[in-house]
Write a protein that binds this ligand. Structure first.
Ligand code: ZN
Ligand code: ZN
Length: 281
């Protein structure tokens, strides 16, 4: 996209959780709320798992500024709080507003996964509902969203590439390593990888640290954020794993912590995004 037609700018990423996988989600060893993207005066939420809306409010973010809900696949650590955010985006289900984009298994009845994660009632609320497969692309409120290939136990799982014309983010949730996932994800300002396990500890359908190093080699991002940590990763220290990634790839890498904020642009976050708990629309 040409920078002359920038309509919105991704300012900041807020970690509503750095945990993931079944055990960490069940035990809440870390928060499992996914990510919030602060885009000027609206917010996109990605993969909101259990506790997401609670942590969102606890951090003082204004839920009525949510305008996009993006869901990578049909596992509850990625979608459980999505319907609440849709209700927030539509001002308590009172108006047609916002974007709901997700894997087909999240939004449609598909073979092998059964009924969608999101109810018909909630799918009628947003302004745009976009079931996406890898290669699909939409533009909403100045943000271009491409679906990236993933390989997971939900065969419809996707990653997301977001582009505001100035900044780009490539985001992978649960996927196994494959050279194919790099297609369309190359050279982002920030690569967000879900790294469930440390070292070379493989688990089907997920990345370990060694896999992440190979993915980064293929994608050549400017910076890397690792998140979605499982129990073994938490025990091994995500910070140490991030250090190992940085040493091996030469690319600046940071490990997510709950509540972490990462700036993408130099500008400050508009203060009215944060309600201090009032949360009026
Ligand atoms: Zn997961
Ligand atoms: Zn999953």
């Amino acid at each position: 996209m040409d920078s002359a037609i920038v309509l919105a700018m991704i300012r900041e990423i807020v970690l509503l959780g750095s945990g993931g996988g079944r055990v960490v989600t069940i035990r809440q060893e870390r928060r499992t709320g996914g990510l919030a993207l602060i885009i000027d005066k609206m917010i996109f939420v990605m993969d909101p798992g259990p506790g997401s809306i609670f942590f969102f409010n606890q951090m003082g973010l204004n839920p009525f500024l949510v305008k996009g809900v993006l869901i990578s696949h049909r596992h509850p650590d990625h979608y459980s709080d999505a319907e609440i955010y849709i209700e927030a985006a539509t001002r308590g289900a009172s108006m047609k507003r916002g974007l709901l984009a997700g894997a087909r298994s999240v939004l449609e009845t598909v073979e092998g996964m059964g009924y969608p994660a999101i109810s018909d009632y909630h799918k009628r609320l947003p302004e745009l509902v976009a079931p996406m497969s890898s290669g699909d692309s939409i533009v909403y409120d100045g943000i271009k969203i491409n679906a990236l290939k993933s390989f997971h136990s939900d065969p419809y799982a996707i990653g997301f590439r977001l582009d505001d014309g100035k900044h780009s983010i490539s985001y992978f949730s649960d996927t196994k390593f494959s050279e194919e996932i790099a297609r369309g994800a190359e050279c982002p300002d920030l690569l967000i990888l879900s790294v469930l396990r440390p070292g070379n500890l493989k688990f089907p359908g997920h990345l370990c640290t060694d896999d992440a190093i190979r993915v980064i080699g293929l994608i050549s991002p400017r910076r890397v954020l690792i998140t979605h940590f499982g129990s073994r990763m938490i025990k091994a220290s995500p910070e140490k794993e991030a250090e190992r990634i940085e040493k091996s790839t030469g690319i600046s890498t940071i490990a997510a912590t709950d509540g972490m904020k990462i700036k993408l642009s130099g500008a400050f976050t508009p203060l009215d995004l944060y309600t201090g708990g009032k949360g009026e629309p």
